[in-house]
Ligand binder design. Sequence first.
Ligand code: F42
Length: 145
Amino acid sequence: MSEYIPSPREWVAKQVALYEESGGTEGLTLRDTGLPVIIVTNRGRKTGAIRKTPLMRAVAGRNYILVASQGGAPRHPQWYFNLKAEPSVEIRDRTEVRQMRVREVTDPGERRRLWQIAVKAYPPYEEYQAKTKRAIPVLVAEPVR
Ligand code: F42
């Protein structure tokens, strides 16, 4: 059994606690945007600890699009490196929890298509990309079965 280490960011840790402890019936949106969020559970690549990260909910068929934007910060978020190292995740979308496998989208056409869906779900991603020099990674989570 691994230890769960909550995010050091208080507002993020609080959202995770509310979302998970309510069984996916509360804390479902980002602050005052009203836009839906999912919770990604995975392992830290160095600690092996369980990490839980809320991300915006962007859906393509049965898949989820994960955008490593971190508000347009200059560096990729830690969860991006964790998922590259260990792509097995659990995704909670409201009351449903699924085992999924994550891969980074490298094909330019597929990335464009998924980026457009992600921006429709959460328009500020475009501003975040304009604000940072790094290309914001786009990942896709696909059901294991
Ligand atoms: N972030 C996004 O990038 N995209 C989104 O769409 C998004 C939506 C969103 C919605 C709601 C919400 O509450 C938050 C949202 N966030 C979104 C923010 C997101 O949840 C993350 O907080 C943010 O992206 C930063 O991710 P991070 O993984 O860099 O988190 C930092 C703050 C963090 O937890 N750092 C840990 C720490 O202790 O400093 C390290 C965690 C870690 O992974 N450690 C590794 C390990 O092995 O455990 C080792 C790392 C090392 O190098 O030592």
